[in-house]
Design a protein around this ligand. Structure first.
Ligand code: CA
Length: 439
């Protein structure tokens, strides 16, 4: 498990002054990675590291000879057009690069004048997916979400008996995962209203959000070689925000017996900045099971997982309707939750996913599942917030929302904050729904 080191020192400041205001998501203690280029150009995509409101252009920084020794190979990998190679090198290599970046960005660094020539303002950047995502698995790790959804779909049997034993997931589709800001058309699909005898094809009115985190796999494992829980986090590179858009009218008609299909694979949005597990080290939390809940099977259990397998990550979802946009009103919060509500940890997801010998590859994505907390205002999907569409959410300007309407923009945010550590954040995950194409 990655422990604290000098890169986490809350007293550390950067010569990039915007990194020191205490409010930025990207102080020198964070140093997340993305793939970027200057907006409106045909420049090559390359890796970058966020610092305050700037980006360290890793291609330029490598060219300038800023990295040597153990940091050189990961720095070269971080300059490529996807982060897959960097991810494949493992967390020790990423840690060496983090140490080097921290040192050249710290106040008083000898290299300041050279690094300055490698900075690009985030305000003029556009982003690509951080990795080529080979496979995407969506888990279901909030027991509160699983219970709320289960109650709507199966009132007499909300939580299936396997839930408390198996980190439930399904294999999703990666081709429709896009980077924030993602605009996409409302999906069409087959729906069958309860009072209809037969289904029909239509644009889905019951379009929903799912506020999740995305866990990006680092080093892979060989087919046939399970990853034990003790080594599981060595295979996790970092975490992004993830909106797993869902069509709630397509879903109930198609999901039995093989699970989600077209209700889920038309669009999913990730935030551009990957926050590494090392950056999250100050915000670890114990993995606990409340009274009466069974303990995990031994292959999902370890001392480290129990003492610090969870992460304290605050999460929120906001909505901006076209009316709000026209009136210049700020986005309104739909919900606020925390990754600590997960019933299964990232390490347990890796250990379970590979226990049958399944091979993970660098850049694979795990959705955590909708990260709803125990109370209604912590529900992270509209289907829960509106009790299945029965009770619309009233927005501050008086508008109502039961489902996402055309032109609505949903923004997810995440951040970590505690005394004795520098606050870090994930940036934003933004998606806008466009009208469906004509049928
Ligand atoms: Ca999901």
């Amino acid at each position: 498990m990655i422990t604290l080191n000098e890169t986490h020192d809350p007293a550390l400041r950067s010569w990039v002054t915007s990194a020191n205001d205490g409010k930025t998501d990207f102080p020198i203690q964070n140093l997340p990675f993305a793939i970027f280029r200057r907006q409106g150009t045909q420049q090559s995509w390359r890796g970058g590291v966020a610092i305050g409101d700037q980006i360290v252009d890793m291609a330029a920084a490598v060219q300038a000879g800023l990295f040597t020794g153990e940091a050189l190979a990961p720095a070269q990998a971080a300059a490529e057009s996807t982060l897959n190679h960097l991810m494949s090198l493992g967390n020790q290599a990423a840690g060496a690069l983090r140490k080097a970046l921290s040192s050249i960005l710290a106040e008083g660094a000898d290299q300041q004048s050279i690094v300055q020539t490698c900075l690009v303002a985030q305000s003029v950047a556009e982003y690509a997916l951080p990795a080529q995502i080979g496979d995407y698995t969506d888990f279901y790790t909030s027991i509160h979400h699983a219970t709320n959804i289960g109650r709507l779909f199966r009132p007499d049997n909300p939580l299936m008996p396997n839930y408390r034993w198996v980190p439930i997931g399904y294999h999703g589709r990666s081709s429709s995962i896009g980077v924030s800001p993602q605009d996409f058309q409302r999906p069409c699909g087959q729906v069958k209203p309860a009072d209809a005898d037969t289904p029909h094809l239509q644009a889905s009115p019951r379009l929903d959000i799912e506020l999740e985190l995305g866990v990006l796999v680092g080093q892979g494992n060989e087919l046939g070689s399970p990853v034990g829980i003790e080594q599981a986090e060595d295979h996790v590179f970092g975490i992004v925000l993830f909106n797993d858009w869902s069509a709630r009218d397509i879903q109930p008609w198609e999901y039995q017996p093989l699970g989600p299909f077209l209700a889920k694979n038309f669009a999913s949005t990730v935030s551009p900045w990957v926050v590494t597990l090392e950056a999250l080290a100050p915000f670890r939390a114990p993995f606990t099971r409340s009274e009466g809940e069974p303990q995990p099977l031994p292959y999902l259990d370890s001392e480290d997982n129990r003492s610090a397998g969870s992460f304290d990550i605050e999460l929120e979802a906001l909505i901006e309707t076209p009316t709000m946009r026209a009136a210049g009103q700020a986005p309104a919060r739909l919900s606020q939750s925390n990754y600590r509500h997960a019933y299964w940890t990232a390490g347990q997801m890796v250990a379970h996913h590979t226990v049958n010998g399944c091979n993970l590859q660098p850049g694979d994505l795990f959705g955590t599942g909708t990260m709803s907390g125990p109370s209604l205002d912590q529900a992270c999907a509209l289907i829960e917030l509106t009790s299945g569409g029965k009770n619309p959410v009233i927005l501050p300007n008086g508008e109502e929302r039961t489902w996402v309407q055309d032109g609505d923009t949903i923004t997810l945010r995440g951040w970590c904050q505690r005394s004795g550590a520098a606050r870090i954040g994930f940036g934003e995950c933004v998606g806008t729904v466009l009208p469906a194409r004509a049928l």
